[in-house]
Design a protein around this ligand. Structure first.
Ligand code: COA
Length: 326
């Protein structure tokens, strides 16, 4: 059976680190409050001259290097992002140019924090249908440019970064086993970005323009996130007749520690199988899962045939899971 196998991973975090202590200097907040509510201690912030396509390109190069492939070997570049360089063209087009991946077609996918899981599922369809042989799936975000740094309820959560995988079609049992994607558009108003898009003029008071910023009803998002991530994870386990105890790892979207621990607990997952780096990188939206995956892979945490479950939730609301045999 033809399956989509991950043959290389890569990631990139900007050099500058912003700690909770740094935030205490400009906001009415504290390290203690942020850590106890979110588990986040620091996040990385892109430099002035760095753009989303730059972060994505470095992560992609590292993934290609691990896969021992050239950019010209790639058929499709898919960038999951909601903070691309421009509204259009797609950031994936800039990445294609920077990589020199001349033979690839390229497009962006907008599914916020679920972008990477949506991207994996989309790439899997291209590979299994024979419409592509090798695909770069990249999650890349610069949320530091769209958060309101005076809003302590949102700006403490997010960070910048990129992660990438090379997917290749192979015969056999290893690779993506299933994907389950869901959307509930009726809840879009609980988590979205104001100040961009065709609704921009109505964002401020009485038709005034305003800078981009995130609108979030944190308590509501929290409750739905845990429920949705549990449901998507259970769906994957049932569809593949896999018991939670057989998982090598759950790599969830790194929203915050409380969401992740609550999800793992409800699933009955032992704590050592929950992959978490949110303390060091914050919520990097579409980049979070491939960033955590690359860290785990590069420190030798993964063995052939390990069952790895990716699970995400985000604005839209959009959520889903992908189960993979490594
Ligand atoms: N520092 C100090 N106090 C803060 C604060 C901060 N950074 N942010 C909010 N507060 C205050 C609030 O103003 C409020 O004060 P009040 O009681 O005087 O009005 C109090 O803390 C409690 O606020 P609340 O919003 O109820 O906190 P919470 O326990 O729900 O935690 C979140 C807030 C955002 C951490 C939590 O709701 C959450 O994690 N939600 C999910 C967000 C998320 O992950 N989104 C992305 C999904 S992909």
């Amino acid at each position: 059976m033809l399956r989509s196998r991950i043959v290389g991973t890569g990631s990139y975090l900007p050099e500058r680190v912003l700690t909770n202590k740094d935030l205490e200097l400009t906001l009415d907040t504290s390290d203690e409050w942020i850590v106890s509510r979110t588990g986040i201690r620091q996040r990385h912030i892109a430099g002035d001259g760095e753009f989303t396509s730059d972060l994505a390109t470095v992560a992609a190069r590292r993934a290609l290097e691990m896969a021992e492939l050239e950019p010209t070997d790639i058929d499709l570049i898919l960038v999951a992002t909601v903070t691309g360089d421009f509204s259009w063209p797609a950031t994936a087009c800039l990445v294609q140019s920077q990589l020199g991946a001349h033979g690839a077609f390229a497009f962006d996918l907008s599914a916020a924090c679920s972008g990477f899981v949506y991207g994996l599922a989309t790439a899997d369809s291209y590979l299994r249908s024979g419409n592509a042989r090798r695909i770069l799936v990249i999650g890349a975000e610069i949320f530091s440019r769209i958060v309101d740094w005076t809003d302590r309820t949102t700006c403490i959560l997010f960070g910048d970064g990129a992660g990438a995988v090379v997917l290749e079609a192979h015969e056999g049992d290893r690779g993506i086993l299933s994907s389950h994607l869901h959307t509930d558009g009726s809840q879009w108003g609980l988590l979205f970005q104001l100040g961009s898009g065709s609704r921009n003029p109505s964002c401020g008071q009485e038709g005034k323009n305003c800078l981009p910023h995130i609108h979030m009803q944190g308590n509501e998002v929290f409750k739905v996130a845990v429920r949705a991530m549990c449901e998507a994870a259970e769906e994957a386990l049932i569809a593949n007749a896999v018991d939670v105890g057989q998982l090598a790892y759950l790599i969830p979207h790194q929203a915050n520690r409380r969401i992740l621990e609550a999800t793992a607990k409800r699933l009955g997952l032992p704590p050592d199988k929950l992959v978490m780096n949110v303390d060091r990188v914050g919520n990097t939206s579409g980049a979070s899962i491939p960033l955590a995956l690359d860290e785990l892979n590069r420190c030798g945490g993964l063995s052939p045939n390990d069952l790895v479950l990716f699970d995400a939730f985000g604005g839209g609301f959009a959520w889903g899971s992908v189960l993979l045999r490594w």
